[in-house]
Design a protein. Structure first.
Length: 214
Protein backbone atom coordinates (compact mmCIF):
# COMPACT_ATOMS: atom_id res chain seq x y z
CA UNK A 1 0.00 0.00 0.00
CA UNK A 2 1.33 3.42 -0.98
CA UNK A 3 -0.54 5.91 1.20
CA UNK A 4 0.69 9.03 3.01
CA UNK A 5 -2.32 9.36 5.36
CA UNK A 6 -0.99 7.39 8.33
CA UNK A 7 -4.33 7.07 10.13
CA UNK A 8 -6.15 5.87 7.02
CA UNK A 9 -3.40 3.36 6.24
CA UNK A 10 -3.35 2.08 9.82
CA UNK A 11 -7.13 1.59 9.85
CA UNK A 12 -7.02 -0.34 6.59
CA UNK A 13 -4.09 -2.45 7.77
CA UNK A 14 -6.00 -3.38 10.94
CA UNK A 15 -8.90 -4.57 8.80
CA UNK A 16 -6.57 -6.50 6.51
CA UNK A 17 -5.04 -8.20 9.56
CA UNK A 18 -8.48 -9.65 10.35
CA UNK A 19 -8.96 -10.94 6.81
CA UNK A 20 -8.13 -14.44 5.66
CA UNK A 21 -8.10 -13.37 2.01
CA UNK A 22 -5.44 -10.66 1.86
CA UNK A 23 -2.27 -9.68 3.70
CA UNK A 24 -0.64 -6.26 3.64
CA UNK A 25 3.05 -7.01 3.12
CA UNK A 26 4.36 -3.45 2.87
CA UNK A 27 3.23 0.12 3.49
CA UNK A 28 5.05 3.11 2.06
CA UNK A 29 4.20 6.79 2.53
CA UNK A 30 5.83 7.99 -0.70
CA UNK A 31 6.07 6.71 -4.24
CA UNK A 32 9.83 7.13 -4.16
CA UNK A 33 10.18 4.85 -1.12
CA UNK A 34 7.90 2.28 -2.72
CA UNK A 35 9.86 2.24 -5.97
CA UNK A 36 13.09 1.69 -4.07
CA UNK A 37 11.61 -1.15 -1.99
CA UNK A 38 9.86 -2.82 -4.93
CA UNK A 39 12.78 -3.11 -7.32
CA UNK A 40 12.95 -6.79 -6.48
CA UNK A 41 9.94 -8.98 -5.79
CA UNK A 42 6.56 -7.23 -5.70
CA UNK A 43 3.20 -8.21 -4.13
CA UNK A 44 0.36 -9.36 -6.37
CA UNK A 45 -1.61 -6.12 -5.92
CA UNK A 46 -0.63 -2.56 -5.00
CA UNK A 47 -3.07 -0.05 -3.49
CA UNK A 48 -1.97 3.40 -4.63
CA UNK A 49 -3.11 6.84 -3.53
CA UNK A 50 -2.91 9.64 -6.11
CA UNK A 51 -2.00 12.69 -4.04
CA UNK A 52 1.34 11.68 -2.55
CA UNK A 53 4.21 13.92 -1.41
CA UNK A 54 6.70 14.16 -4.25
CA UNK A 55 5.90 11.80 -7.13
CA UNK A 56 2.18 11.32 -7.73
CA UNK A 57 0.49 7.94 -7.53
CA UNK A 58 -0.28 8.06 -11.25
CA UNK A 59 3.37 8.61 -12.16
CA UNK A 60 4.30 5.82 -9.75
CA UNK A 61 1.95 3.39 -11.52
CA UNK A 62 3.56 4.14 -14.86
CA UNK A 63 7.04 3.56 -13.44
CA UNK A 64 6.26 0.41 -11.48
CA UNK A 65 4.49 -1.08 -14.51
CA UNK A 66 7.65 -0.46 -16.54
CA UNK A 67 9.65 -2.36 -13.92
CA UNK A 68 7.06 -5.07 -13.20
CA UNK A 69 4.44 -5.29 -15.99
CA UNK A 70 2.66 -8.13 -14.20
CA UNK A 71 1.90 -6.19 -11.00
CA UNK A 72 -1.71 -5.06 -10.51
CA UNK A 73 -2.25 -1.49 -9.35
CA UNK A 74 -5.51 -0.32 -7.80
CA UNK A 75 -5.95 3.38 -7.23
CA UNK A 76 -7.44 4.12 -3.80
CA UNK A 77 -8.10 7.83 -3.66
CA UNK A 78 -10.55 10.60 -2.81
CA UNK A 79 -10.44 12.11 -6.30
CA UNK A 80 -13.31 11.56 -8.74
CA UNK A 81 -12.19 13.85 -11.59
CA UNK A 82 -12.49 12.21 -15.00
CA UNK A 83 -9.04 13.42 -16.05
CA UNK A 84 -7.36 11.71 -13.12
CA UNK A 85 -9.37 8.53 -13.65
CA UNK A 86 -8.29 8.16 -17.26
CA UNK A 87 -4.72 9.24 -16.57
CA UNK A 88 -4.49 6.48 -13.97
CA UNK A 89 -5.97 3.87 -16.30
CA UNK A 90 -3.68 4.95 -19.13
CA UNK A 91 -0.70 4.67 -16.79
CA UNK A 92 -1.61 1.03 -16.21
CA UNK A 93 -3.98 0.96 -13.22
CA UNK A 94 -6.22 -2.12 -13.13
CA UNK A 95 -8.97 -0.42 -11.12
CA UNK A 96 -10.04 2.76 -9.37
CA UNK A 97 -11.61 2.91 -5.92
CA UNK A 98 -12.71 5.83 -3.78
CA UNK A 99 -11.49 6.05 -0.20
CA UNK A 100 -15.04 5.99 1.11
CA UNK A 101 -15.28 2.40 -0.14
CA UNK A 102 -15.96 0.12 2.89
CA UNK A 103 -12.90 -1.99 3.81
CA UNK A 104 -14.70 -5.25 3.02
CA UNK A 105 -15.35 -3.96 -0.51
CA UNK A 106 -11.70 -2.95 -0.85
CA UNK A 107 -10.79 -6.56 -0.07
CA UNK A 108 -13.38 -7.77 -2.58
CA UNK A 109 -11.87 -5.42 -5.18
CA UNK A 110 -8.37 -6.75 -4.49
CA UNK A 111 -9.63 -10.29 -5.03
CA UNK A 112 -11.51 -9.19 -8.16
CA UNK A 113 -8.37 -7.64 -9.64
CA UNK A 114 -6.33 -10.71 -8.75
CA UNK A 115 -8.96 -12.81 -10.52
CA UNK A 116 -8.64 -10.82 -13.75
CA UNK A 117 -11.24 -8.07 -13.22
CA UNK A 118 -11.02 -4.31 -13.21
CA UNK A 119 -12.85 -3.13 -10.07
CA UNK A 120 -14.19 0.39 -9.90
CA UNK A 121 -16.33 2.25 -7.42
CA UNK A 122 -19.85 2.66 -8.90
CA UNK A 123 -19.39 6.43 -9.23
CA UNK A 124 -16.18 5.90 -11.19
CA UNK A 125 -17.73 3.25 -13.43
CA UNK A 126 -20.53 5.69 -14.29
CA UNK A 127 -18.02 8.35 -15.28
CA UNK A 128 -16.20 5.87 -17.52
CA UNK A 129 -19.49 4.76 -19.09
CA UNK A 130 -20.53 8.38 -19.63
CA UNK A 131 -17.23 9.08 -21.39
CA UNK A 132 -17.72 6.20 -23.82
CA UNK A 133 -21.34 7.19 -24.43
CA UNK A 134 -20.23 10.69 -25.36
CA UNK A 135 -17.62 9.31 -27.75
CA UNK A 136 -20.19 6.95 -29.27
CA UNK A 137 -22.76 9.69 -29.92
CA UNK A 138 -20.12 11.99 -31.39
CA UNK A 139 -19.05 9.20 -33.78
CA UNK A 140 -15.44 9.51 -32.66
CA UNK A 141 -15.26 6.41 -30.49
CA UNK A 142 -12.30 4.13 -30.96
CA UNK A 143 -14.12 1.00 -29.75
CA UNK A 144 -16.34 -1.20 -31.94
CA UNK A 145 -20.11 -0.53 -32.13
CA UNK A 146 -22.04 -1.56 -29.02
CA UNK A 147 -23.81 -4.50 -30.68
CA UNK A 148 -20.75 -5.84 -32.51
CA UNK A 149 -20.28 -8.90 -30.33
CA UNK A 150 -23.20 -8.93 -27.85
CA UNK A 151 -24.93 -11.69 -29.78
CA UNK A 152 -22.07 -14.07 -29.00
CA UNK A 153 -22.75 -13.91 -25.25
CA UNK A 154 -24.41 -16.83 -23.49
CA UNK A 155 -27.60 -16.09 -21.48
CA UNK A 156 -25.71 -16.36 -18.17
CA UNK A 157 -23.03 -14.00 -19.45
CA UNK A 158 -25.71 -11.46 -20.33
CA UNK A 159 -27.10 -11.76 -16.79
CA UNK A 160 -23.65 -11.17 -15.34
CA UNK A 161 -23.05 -8.20 -17.64
CA UNK A 162 -26.42 -6.68 -16.73
CA UNK A 163 -25.57 -6.80 -13.01
CA UNK A 164 -22.09 -5.49 -13.76
CA UNK A 165 -23.65 -2.50 -15.53
CA UNK A 166 -25.68 -1.76 -12.38
CA UNK A 167 -22.54 -1.41 -10.30
CA UNK A 168 -22.65 -4.75 -8.48
CA UNK A 169 -19.40 -6.17 -7.10
CA UNK A 170 -18.34 -9.65 -8.23
CA UNK A 171 -19.36 -11.21 -4.91
CA UNK A 172 -22.75 -9.50 -5.10
CA UNK A 173 -23.25 -10.79 -8.65
CA UNK A 174 -22.47 -14.28 -7.38
CA UNK A 175 -24.98 -13.90 -4.56
CA UNK A 176 -27.65 -12.66 -6.96
CA UNK A 177 -27.15 -15.52 -9.41
CA UNK A 178 -26.31 -18.25 -6.90
CA UNK A 179 -22.83 -18.87 -8.28
CA UNK A 180 -19.33 -18.58 -6.81
CA UNK A 181 -17.10 -15.53 -7.19
CA UNK A 182 -14.67 -17.74 -9.12
CA UNK A 183 -17.44 -18.58 -11.62
CA UNK A 184 -18.29 -14.87 -11.91
CA UNK A 185 -14.62 -14.17 -12.69
CA UNK A 186 -14.71 -16.85 -15.41
CA UNK A 187 -17.84 -15.30 -16.96
CA UNK A 188 -16.26 -11.83 -16.85
CA UNK A 189 -13.11 -13.01 -18.63
CA UNK A 190 -15.22 -14.63 -21.35
CA UNK A 191 -17.32 -11.48 -21.69
CA UNK A 192 -14.18 -9.38 -22.13
CA UNK A 193 -12.87 -11.78 -24.77
CA UNK A 194 -16.15 -11.89 -26.71
CA UNK A 195 -16.69 -8.13 -26.58
CA UNK A 196 -13.04 -7.42 -27.36
CA UNK A 197 -12.69 -5.13 -24.35
CA UNK A 198 -10.17 -4.87 -21.54
CA UNK A 199 -12.12 -3.23 -18.74
CA UNK A 200 -15.42 -3.17 -16.89
CA UNK A 201 -16.13 0.32 -18.22
CA UNK A 202 -15.75 -0.70 -21.86
CA UNK A 203 -17.92 -3.80 -21.39
CA UNK A 204 -20.66 -1.81 -19.68
CA UNK A 205 -20.49 0.90 -22.34
CA UNK A 206 -21.12 -1.66 -25.09
CA UNK A 207 -23.98 -3.24 -23.16
CA UNK A 208 -25.64 0.08 -22.39
CA UNK A 209 -25.17 1.21 -25.97
CA UNK A 210 -27.06 -1.84 -27.18
CA UNK A 211 -29.85 -1.23 -24.67
CA UNK A 212 -30.24 2.33 -25.94
CA UNK A 213 -30.45 1.14 -29.53
CA UNK A 214 -33.06 -1.47 -28.55
Amino acid sequence: MIEDDASFAAALQRYFALSKEVECLQHHRTAEAALEALRGKVPHVLLVDINLPGMSGIEFVGRIKDLHPQVLCLMLTMYEESGLIFDALKAGASGYLLKRTPPKEVIAAIMEAHGGGSPMSPEIARRVVSFFHQKHTSATTDIPPANAHIATLAPREVEVLDLLSKGYLYKEIGDQLGISTHTVNTHIRRIYEKLHVQSRGQAVAKYRGLAEQG
